[in-house]
Design a protein around this ligand. Structure first.
Ligand code: CO
Length: 136
């Protein structure tokens, strides 16, 4: 039901500093940048083979990533897995007692549909489900 890793999300205290540092370390330019106002986040994607690394900057301290940074500091924020059908995947997890952050999917970047599953159901790590968009 959960397939390959789609991307790994990393919370950054200073997004531009980390984008420059990560890009230099990997020898890569960002593949995509997007401001997602309803999630209070700016994201920069680096594509590494079939998967991606998503650097996340908070748009304010009272956003999910802002609160995460205050509580835990910078670092691994979530792991995103590909699902074929996000409605089916959410129903599957709900039936098995998983605690869902999102009861229904919302729009992700690059035309994807996404939903988050609470860390308490997924080994202590926040999990994002991704139904792929047209390009990635
Ligand atoms: Co993500």
């Amino acid at each position: 039901m959960l397939r390959e890793v789609h991307h790994v999300g990393i919370a950054c205290a200073d997004l531009e500093v980390e984008v420059a540092r990560f890009g230099a370390a990997c020898g890569l330019e960002p593949a995509h940048r997007e401001r997602v106002e309803d999630q209070g986040v700016e994201e920069v994607m680096f594509d590494l083979g079939a998967t991606s690394v998503q650097l996340l900057g908070a748009l304010g301290s009272e956003t999910p990533v802002g609160r995460f940074l205050a509580r835990r500091g910078p670092g691994l924020h979530h792991v995103a897995y590909v699902v074929d059908d996000i409605i089916v995947a959410l129903a599957h997890l709900r039936e098995r007692g998983a605690r869902l952050v999102d009861e229904s999917p919302r729009a992700g970047s690059r035309g994807t549909r996404i939903a988050f599953v609470h860390p308490s159901s997924m080994g202590g790590v926040l999990v994002e489900l991704v139904e792929r968009g047209p390009d990635r």
